[in-house]
Design a binder for this molecule. Sequence first.
Ligand code: TRP
Length: 446
Amino acid sequence: MGAARGEFSSRFGFLMAATGSAVGLGNIWGFPTNAASNGGAAFLFTYLVLAFVLAYPALMAELIIGRHARANAVTALRSISRGEKSRLAALLVGFAGIVTVSFILSFYTIVSGWMIAHFFAPIARLLGMQGLAAWLVEDSIVRNGAFVLLFMILTITIISAGVKDGIEKWATRLMPSLILILLLLIGYVLTLPGAMDGLRAYLVPDFSRVTDPALLVDAMGQAFFSLSLGVGTMLIYGSYISSDENLPTVGSLVALLDVGIAVMAGMLILPAMYVALANGVPIYDEAGGLIAGPGLIVSVLPALFSTMGFVGLFVAIAFFALMTIASLTSSISMLEVPVAYGVEHHGVERRKAAIIIGLLITVISLLIVLNFDPLFDMVVTLTTEVSQPLLGFAFCIFVAWIWHRNGILEEIQKGSPEVESGWFWKIWPVYVKYICPPAILLVYFQ
Ligand code: TRP
C-alpha cells in the first residue's frame, strides 16, 4: 500500500464531490427525456419511488463498505469476504466494476466532448469566427477526437491532484456554479412562449403508464446510472469520508440532491423543447415521439438558441457550460475508480496512474469515435444495461449476505452512535437483504 490515503476535508466537500458524481449527463439529458417519452409525471413518480426504495439502499451499501475498508473496490470487497469463494467473487466483482466504469468513461467522454465543442461554438461566433463555429458544431471524426482528448486531459489533471486538491477542490467550485446556472436558465426559459406546454407535458401524469414494464426498466436504469452505482464509484468516495460522518444522513442528502437536480433539469429541458416547437423547430421524430437521443441536445436545443438571436448566444454558452460542468464532475469520479486501484494495489504513484489509465481510456474512446456506429450503442448497452445492474446486485449480496451484520452496524455507529434505535437500521438491513436483490433481478429480466 502506498502513502497516506486522501480524505475529504468536510461534509460539504464530500457532498459536492458525491453529488458532482451523481449529477451528470444522466440527470440533465437522460432524465428529462425519459420522463417526456414515458408519461411525464408518471415517470417522475416511479423514478422517485425507485430512487428511494432501490437506489438509495444500494448507495448506502457502497458508502458503508467503502468507509469501512478505506480502500479501492477490489481490496474493500475482499476485506469483508469470508472464505475462499467469497474472496474470489470479491476479486471478480471489484475488477468487473473497474472495467465497466472505464468503458462507461470511454463513451461518456465522447458525449462530454460534444458539450465542450458546443460551448465554444457561440464564443467563436461572438468573436466573429463563423468558420470555426460551424466546424465546432458539425459532427466529424477530427472534432470528436480532438474534444475527447481535451476532456480527458481535464479529467486526468484533476485526478492527478488527488482527493482534496483535485476532486474536492473542483467539485466545491463547480457544483454551486452548476446549480446557479441551472436556476438562471430555468427562470429565463419559463418566461418564453410555449414553455408552459412543456411544463404541462412534464408534470401532468399519465398514470396508465405506471405499471408499464418498459417504464419500470427505464426508471431503474436511470436511477442506478444517475447515482453512479454498481461500479465502485460511490464506494471509493465513501472510502474518503471521515469516520465521524453520519453515513445515513450524508447518503440521503446525496440522493435528494441528485433527484432534486434531475427534477429541476426537467423544468428546463421540456419547456425548452416546447419553446423550440413554438419557434418552428421540429421536436418530434418520424415515429411521433419526442426527439430524445443525441439529437435533442446537439440539434434541437442549438436550433432553439439560434432562433433567439443575440441573447441566444449567451443562453447557449450558459447551457453548454452547465453540461460541461456536469460531465466533468462525473468523469473524475469514474477515473478515480481504476486510479485508486492502481495506486493502492500496485503501488503506482497517483499522477502516473492517472496518466497511464487515462490514456488507455482515451485510446478506447478514440476507437469508438473511429467506429462510432457499430461500437457506441453497443458499449452503452453492455455497460449500463447489462453490467451495471448485475454489479449493483452483487454489491447488495456482499453487504447483506456476506458481511457480518455487526460489522456493518459498528461502521455506521462511528459517525452516528444512535443509529441502532433509528429508522435507518430498522429498514435498511431488511431492504438490502430481501428486497433489493430480487427487485433488481426482476426488473433486469423484464
Ligand atoms: N451519475 C452520472 C450521471 O448521471 C454518471 C456517472 C458517474 C456514472 N459515475 C458513474 C455512471 C459510475 C455509472 C457509473 O451522468
